[in-house]
Design a protein around this ligand. Structure first.
Ligand code: ACM
Length: 713
């Protein structure tokens, strides 16, 4: 059944004729669904038939890594080609795929050679790269050139592509602490990352909820900090090797000095506050006492053990969200600060960071820290991961730090792909609270130090060339307070593919509609080749409504989960995922996205879309009646489905009786749903929020329905 759905998706791709030798530094509506879009691409009218597979040849003897890459390519190509129905048996011969790969001593470093050239011609394919990572990227592009031929079966678009990345650091960060993520799930994410040219997997291995790495040096950590859920050393080594085989570096994070409750369960003697409460109100807060020599020797032992498993040059030592009171509330730490003349906890943290940096430098590692570590002077070699506000891109690079940008890419905020896509790593004003939002938060009693950090700089001076060169790239973090292992694929994908394009492709690519046009087939590609985003979502829907999951999925196609931490509040800040429809709903419900785009075109005069719009509206209107299952866990879904039905009714009336006044009660429901959307985008609305829409769902089709009712809106 799942496979059938996927086939439908692949076959739905339009295959329009391309003008001969169309040059496309930006995609046209007929262009293949490449993502990330390449630096230069030319397409020719014509295609070749890959149904008999490929015959790979090498100009130089391939390394084991290259042979593995070719084997994966053949397997994936076979799956993609088999997913496209054909009407007649193939007669084609295998397509020749000649690969020419140079040697790259910098493979798996930030200096790796990643460029490639891919030529698909009627007589065969030639892939040329200076190093293995270029080959891996070129094969990923080649897979995305496979699409349905107009006459049935698969076709490869003729192309000449020259490509290289804009940024050397293109990462995902996965929080394995709040919810443990199984090894199998991590393996799937690594495979998907390869297909969209992401090259850094940052594993957040430690936090208040649990420490996730086996320690043989300090077995008490394994016993007391992991709660039985951890990666063995062998599993981590396997993961690192699997990633390396795909051109992906794995960067470990052991977060110190805050977020250390789990570690403190094994070493309560190192806590800023003893006795350690295993169930504090906020598990993020307990911190190490930075004044104890034993704290640094503990960190040294733990980090050394970690570097033995993670060969990457970079090591993330955390440094975020140290709550001042953890330190200033301890008289001994206060006395230490006074004796040394440290006026603020930030200065104490900077001294601590400098010591941690020395430990890492001695192990030949470059330290990464969250942007808090840049608040007082620390060695310029420390890489700053910017998260609280984009203004830290400017301040950190001004101080000479290399930067990885995560502000604007937080996947756990459940924002749509379009918002992340339009956030550029080189924009120091992209993300942060506005002045009005700051004032609102302060008036409600928020911590002024925290608010000052979250506030953006609305008109920062442009970054200098030197500052821009220090931006290594970006990382999209997924914090897992509300993400179980089963939900992880769908919370990461397909949004991560759109972000991968932001990190790889030209800054000039900003066409959201075209991004969504390509995102659907890319999502299908990822699923067909091994991801479980759709499969797990379908299973979750079946569990909520056994044998009757269809109406839930229809509802999910028209709604989005609350965003910007409102979902955390909706669940009562319990670090548990919504066991309801909101866990299934996606920030990018494609039926609603397509509907909104069609409605906008209809409102602008394209009346040919009336039938398609009506068909979708009827499905939504009648969905309410389709719920056969009931039970308290579906209460929110049913109520949301009723709202959807009312909105769809408004749309149908507007289509069938243009100009007639809408029903005032229904219009009020539409206005309320629209106000919810505005509220959901206000980062400050979550504080003190007690009133939530049914099911924690936002109505995604509001813009489309509004444009039907009031053309020109
Ligand atoms: C963070 O989100 N605390 C880095």
């Amino acid at each position: 059944m799942i496979r059938h759905t996927l086939r439908g998706l692949v076959c739905a791709l339009p295959l329009l004729a391309l003008p001969p030798s169309a040059r496309a530094d930006a995609p046209s509506a007929a262009a293949p669904a490449l993502m990330p879009w390449p630096a230069h691409a030319e397409f020719s009218d014509g295609m070749i038939d890959p149904s008999a597979g490929f015959r790979v040849s090498w100009d130089n003897p391939p390394s084991a890594l290259l042979e593995h890459a070719a084997t994966r390519f053949l397997l994936r190509a076979d799956r993609l080609i088999s997913a496209i129905p054909r009407h007649t048996p193939g007669t084609a011969a295998p397509v020749s795929l000649r690969i020419i790969c140079g040697n790259d001593p910098d493979m798996l470093t930030i200096d790796a050679k990643e460029a490639y050239r891919l030529r698909v011609r009627p007589d065969g394919i030639k892939l040329t790269a200076d190093g293995p990572e270029g080959v891996i990227h070129g094969l990923a592009t080649l897979l995305q050139l496979i699409r349905p031929a107009p006459s049935g079966g698969a076709a490869l678009t003729l192309a000449d592509i020259r490509d290289k990345p804009r940024f050397v650091w293109r990462g995902l960060m996965i929080d394995t602490s709040r919810h443990f993520v199984s090894v199998d799930t991590l393996r799937r994410q690594i495979d998907a990352m390869e297909l969209v040219k992401l090259n850094v997997l940052h594993l957040h291995l430690s936090d208040g909820t649990g420490f996730r790495m086996e320690s043989t040096q300090m077995p008490d950590i394994t016993r007391k900090s992991t709660h039985g859920q951890y990666y063995t050393k062998a599993q981590l080594s396997d993961l690192v090797a699997r990633a390396a085989d795909r051109g992906i570096r794995v960067v470990p994070e052991i977060d110190v000095p805050g977020h250390t409750l789990a570690l403190l369960l094994a070493r309560p003697d190192l806590a800023a506050h003893t006795p350690v409460d295993p169930e504090p109100k906020n598990k993020n807060n307990p911190a190490l006492d930075p004044t104890l020599p034993a704290t640094l020797s503990f960190i040294s032992t733990l980090f050394t053990e970690t570097t033995e498993l993670f060969p990457d040059r970079y090591f993330h030592a955390g440094g975020d969200e140290v709550v001042s009171g953890e330190w200033t509330g301890n008289p001994r730490i206060r006395a230490f600060m006074t004796a040394r003349g440290y006026a603020t906890p930030q200065i104490l943290q900077a001294q601590f960071t400098a010591e941690v940096e020395k430990i890492l430098a001695a192990a030949n590692r470059t330290m990464i820290g969250w942007d808090e570590v840049s608040e007082a002077p620390i060695p310029a070699s420390v890489v700053i991961q910017v998260w609280r506000s984009s203004k830290f891109i400017a301040s950190a690079t001004d101080a000479g730090h290399p930067v990885v940008v995560s502000a604007g890419y937080y996947l756990d905020l459940l924002r749509p792909a379009s918002e992340h896509y339009l956030t550029d790593p080189e924009d120091p004003a992209a993300e942060g609270l506005t002045r009005a939002q700051t004032a609102k938060r302060l008036a409600r009693g928020a911590d002024p130090v925290l608010i000052a950090a979250l506030q953006n700089d609305p008109a920062p001076p442009p970054l200098s060339r030197k500052q821009r060169k220090l931006i290594l790239g970006g990382e999209a973090p997924l914090w897992t307070e509300l993400v179980t292992d089963e939900m992880l694929d769908a919370r990461l994908w397909p949004r991560s593919a759109a972000i991968a394009e932001r990190f790889w492709s030209s800054a000039d690519l900003r066409d959201v509609n075209d991004m969504y046009r390509r995102l659907e087939p890319v999502a299908a590609e990822l699923e067909i080749t091994g991801l479980h985003a759709r499969a797990n979502t379908i299973r979750m829907a079946e569990r909520l409504a056994p044998g009757d999951a269809g109406p839930l999925q229809t509802l999910a196609g028209a709604t989005m989960p609350l965003r910007n931490y409102m979902m955390n509040r909706y669940t009562g800040l319990k670090n548990i995922p919504p066991d309801q429809i909101a866990g299934i709903a996606s920030p990018d419900p494609m039926p609603a996205i397509r509907f909104n785009a069609m409605a906008a075109r209809y409102a602008a005069g394209d009346r040919s879309l009336a039938a398609s719009l009506r068909a979708q509206l009827l499905i939504w209107k009648n969905n309410e009646l389709s719920f056969a299952s009931s039970g308290p866990h579906l209460k929110g879904a049913r109520a949301a489905s009723h709202t959807l039905s009312v909105l769809a009714g408004l749309g149908l009336t507007a289509l069938d009786h243009p100009g007639s006044p809408p029903d005032p009660a229904a219009l009020q429901i539409l206005d309320d749903a629209a106000a919810r959307l505005v509220q959901a985008d206000d980062m400050t609305a979550v504080f003190g929020m007690t009133d939530f829409p049914p099911g924690g769902l936002l109505m995604a089709a509001v813009p489309g329905i509004r444009s039907l009712i009031t053309p020109g809106n």
